[in-house]
Design a protein around this ligand. Structure first.
Ligand code: SAH
Length: 350
């Protein structure tokens, strides 16, 4: 798909034409990754963060957050729950937390891989190449690191660099592929200052990076962040701001499916937060094939506030499972069995 074709879908407002886009994406999903919906158990292992991301409630200077770091035993209990619920994957996510040391994470991954059949996905932010290599060595299968936006100027504004760290996340994504991880990335939709051109380039970059997993959700305002203070963040005069709404999110999911047909694409919690009744289902019939139920103990879950008003905040893992099962069955789809690896994955890409 050319840049102009992507752009014209992003600007499309005719419902009948959009129905064609949904249909194309749904067909591509069926052909390339099938009808199964894979469940990934999300465990938010720490909300400590050393970074200053302008959009995220976990940013270091936010004093209103009570910080937690789960113990090995607490994490292991969640992992066992994932096995009991029949999930094929656990996703360990956190703020960028040096307290999650190379050895601690490696031991945990090693334990999960030796005691369970689960695939392990890490989403721990921008860590050193040596750490990423050690965790891959310990058995981690996949890594999620959204590049957030392909517009360098916007990226630097919303995501100040860590001294000594990479200027952007693209370098690390390449390194993850070389290490043999299944690589996931993605963007937020409707970040203040994001133009249609930016978003079209984001989607083209998914294909260029040959992603195995693509996670995209709407940007949701967090009041205790710089982006949450109104007025400071604008597109340039003459440019048009992308709305952070439901329809734009479906468009990005559908286009991601068309440019990366074999990728695993979740219908995200951020999307379900915009439409609690039907957001997840609509994502799943417009290109997505993955859902990430939250296994974090509820007491910690409410402290992992990257944005407020998160869907499914108080559900127990069992209630979450029942609800999702019903939603997936209502679409005539089945819950995936096994690990649900991406058919796009090839080991050790250079
Ligand atoms: N520290 C890890 C995990 C962050 S949470 C990392 O940086 O990769 C995972 C994703 O949540 C982020 O990549 C970002 O795209 C998304 N996110 C953060 N704040 C958000 C907000 N206010 N609205 C919507 N999505 C947000």
């Amino acid at each position: 798909m050319t840049h102009d074709e992507i752009l014209s879908w992003l600007r499309e407002s005719n419902e009948a034409r959009l129905a064609t886009l949904w249909q194309l994406a749904d067909q591509a999903r069926q052909v390339h990754v099938g009808g199964e919906v894979h469940l990934r158990g999300l465990i938010e292992i720490s909300n400590h963060c050393i970074r200053l991301c302008g959009y995220c409630g976990l940013r270091a200077p936010n004093r209103k957050v009570t910080r937690y770091r789960m113990t090995r035993e607490e994490t292991a209990a969640c992992v066992r729950q994932a096995v009991a619920l029949g999930y094929g994957t656990v996703v360990l996510q956190s703020g960028e937390d040096p307290g999650l040391t190379r050895a601690w994470v490696a031991d945990l991954v090693h334990w999960i891989k030796s005691e369970t059949p689960l695939a392990v996905t890490l989403s721990l932010g921008e860590r050193d190449q040596a750490e990423l290599a050690a965790w891959r060595e310990a058995g981690a299968d996949r890594y999620l690191l959204r590049f957030e936006t392909s517009n360098e100027r916007l990226y630097t504004r919303i995501h100040p660099a860590r001294p000594g760290g990479p200027a952007n996340r693209l370098e690390l994504l390449k390194c993850l592929a070389v290490l043999g991880y299944e690589v996931g990335s993605g963007v937020m939709i409707g970040i203040p200052g994001q133009t249609y051109d930016d978003l079209a380039r984001d989607i083209a970059l998914f294909a260029e990076l040959d992603l195995d997993m693509i996670g995209c959700g709407p940007y949701l305002v967090h009041p205790d962040t710089p982006l949450g203070s109104p007025g400071n963040w604008r597109v340039l005069p003459g440019e048009e701001q992308v709305p952070a709404n439901e329809r734009m999110t479906y468009k990005v999911i559908a286009l991601a499916r068309l440019v990366c047909p074999r990728a695993n694409i979740p219908s995200t919690t951020a999307l379900a937060t915009l439409n609690r009744e039907a957001g997840r289902e609509l994502g799943l019939v417009r290109g997505a094939n993955v859902v990430m139920p939250n296994l974090t103990p509820p007491g910690y879950r409410q402290l992992y506030e990257i944005y407020p008003g998160k869907a499914c905040l108080h559900e127990t893992a069992e209630a979450c499972q029942d609800c999702l099962q019903g939603r997936i069955a209502s679409l005539g789809r089945k819950i995936g069995s096994g690990r649900g690896d991406s058919p796009n994955y090839r080991p050790r890409r250079t």
